[in-house]
Design a protein around this ligand. Structure first.
Ligand SMILES: *Cc1c(COP(=O)(O)O)cnc(C)c1O
Length: 496
């Protein structure tokens, strides 16, 4: 199967190229030229498999230039008992007959980014070999928190790679900072940047687009690559858990094979929910994909009106991984719903850049209406959801998951739609102790890892081992740098 750019139908590359390159040269994102259908009987077969086998089956449909034996090896390494605290990898938990949680935070960093970033290093290093590339790969990441740690865990000690993560010195939580600065591995570097996330991000982009720097590093045997969420290699592993969750519901006799379900997804960059769109397009019986936002509700407005307008106030919320006004992966949806019109897609993106907004065609809007619903949940409502569900069901969730649950409740009330629904749960509540404690009516006593014990006591559940282990950890990386110093930091790191 070939991959084409959302902004230029004339480009067509192999999956290995799409994964190595990340972004197409004219700025578009790679999408499969056609979305493969699940063959007849595939769902029955998938129901009889474990998570790792399901992952091989689904990914193989999109990756013609990777062998089954190769994918099996990657899956065994990515979703290993060392990294994941349950053999089910992405377990489904029942709240009531019609409501389930798909828990995507049983990996090494306790957030859903692990589902993709444990797999990406294997897909990427194989892609580089398949393409005949002899240089080693250096991953540069600018992070506002979760992505940096998940990428570090994914790439630590992966042969033929180094990874360098930049985070804003005062822009991440104490837990997130310690998670990154205590990272083990002989090929990792973690640097605080004096500035905010945009400073870190713009410097990384400058390094990527500096031909002299690339040339110099290339001479030393290195190519640069990125682990951010526009890479097809990050999206693909996420399609698996939608299909897996459906099979688990069938196996648990919560639904019958063929019944439709809704998925409600806490959304930021639109990567997670887009994977749900691909699963539905492959033939998985999904009725509605419900897009949940916090107060940064640009997507809610978009799905209701067809107008994407990023010219609005930016709010810092208690669900920080969803604090985003430009959702990059939406471009892929527009491309598919336009019927594969790269010119139309490029025009929307151009208008977003130039005017800060665009309005989709009637054709796209009506396709969106059939596939999606959307809603918003404020910080106060989010805390109320956490407290209520904990009190009534003894189920503790994090702030991002609570946004999705709150939106699902509103959706059901407004539409009367009683379809069985899966809430996608994206982080362990112990990653966001302070807000969760407050939701339960407790006063946080301390900061960072100190709060983990307090939340364990308040909720009567134990925290995931990787977060508990943070209490005894010290930082390996203590340096902070000005923006201008970062290129030489990267040079030194690669020439070591
Ligand atoms: C990244 C993230 C999200 C948002 O996912 P997108 O793919 O960006 O929409 C939601 N919750 C958590 C905890 C995250 O880390």
């Amino acid at each position: 199967m070939r991959y084409i750019s959302t902004r230029d139908n004339e480009t067509a590359v192999s999956s290995a190229r799409a994964i190595e390159q990340g972004l197409s040269v004219e700025g578009g994102l790679f999408v499969p030229a056609s979305i493969p259908r699940l063959p007849d009987g595939a769902l029955e077969e998938l129901c009889a498999m474990n998570y790792r086998q399901r992952a091989v089956y689904v990914m193989k449909l999109f990756l013609e230039d990777y062998q089954v034996a190769e994918l099996t090896d990657f899956v065994n390494r990515a979703y290993s008992p060392r990294g994941f605290d349950t053999p089910r990898i992405a377990p489904v938990k029942r709240l009531d007959k019609n409501t389930h949680f798909l828990e995507l935070w049983h990996g090494p960093t306790c957030a859903f980014k692990d589902m993709a970033l444990q797999m990406l290093p294997h897909l990427l290093t194989a892609a580089v070999r398949k393409n005949g590339e002899e240089r080693q790969v250096c991953i540069l990441v600018a992070t506002s928190g979760d992505t940096g740690k998940a990428a570090l865990e994914g790439f630590a000690d992966v042969e033929g790679t180094k990874i360098c993560v930049f985070y804003p010195r005062d822009g991440v939580s104490d837990i997130q900072k310690l998670q990154m600065t205590s990272q083990s591995g002989g090929n990792v570097l973690v640097c605080a940047v004096n500035g905010n996330f945009d400073d870190a991000q713009s410097t990384v982009k400058e390094i990527f687009s500096d031909p002299a720097m690339r040339e110099e590093l290339s001479g030393a045997g290195w190519m640069l690559s990125s682990a951010n969420s526009i890479n097809w290699g990050r999206l693909l592993p996420q399609i698996v858990y939608y299909i897996s969750a459906y099979c688990d519901l069938v196996n648990g006799q919560e639904i019958a094979l063929g019944d439709s379900v809704n998925f409600c997804v806490p959304t930021g960059n639109f990567g997670d929910i887009l994977a749900g769109f691909y699963a539905k397009s492959m033939g998985l019986p999904v009725a509605k994909l419900i897009c949940a936002s916090n107060s940064n509700d640009v997507l809610t407005d978009f799905f209701k009106t067809g107008v994407y307008d990023r010219k609005r106030e930016f709010y810092t919320t208690i669900s920080p991984s969803m604090d985003i006004l430009v959702s990059s992966n939406l471009e892929r949806l527009l491309y598919h719903l336009s019927g594969g019109d790269s010119r139309e897609t490029a025009e929307y993106m151009e208008s977003l850049k130039r005017a800060g907004e665009y309005t989709v065609s009637k054709k796209i809007k009506s396709a969106m209406d059939g596939l999606f619903a959307a809603g918003t949940c404020s910080d106060a409502e989010t805390k109320d959801v956490i407290r209520r569900v904990f009190t009534e069901h003894n189920y503790l969730m994090d702030t991002h998951t609570a946004v999705a649950y709150g939106v699902l409740e509103k959706y059901r009330e407004e539409t009367g739609d009683g379809t069985s629904a899966v809430v996608v749960s994206t982080a362990s509540p112990f990653k966001f102790c302070a807000a969760v404690l407050e939701a339960l009516g407790e006063t946080p006593a301390g900061a960072g890892p100190e709060l983990i014990g307090q939340l364990e006591n308040a909720a009567g559940v134990s925290a995931p081992a990787p977060l508990k282990a943070l209490a005894g950890k010290t930082a390996r990386f203590n340096d902070s740098f000005d923006k201008a110093e970062l290129p030489s930091v990267v040079r030194r790191f690669l020439k070591d």
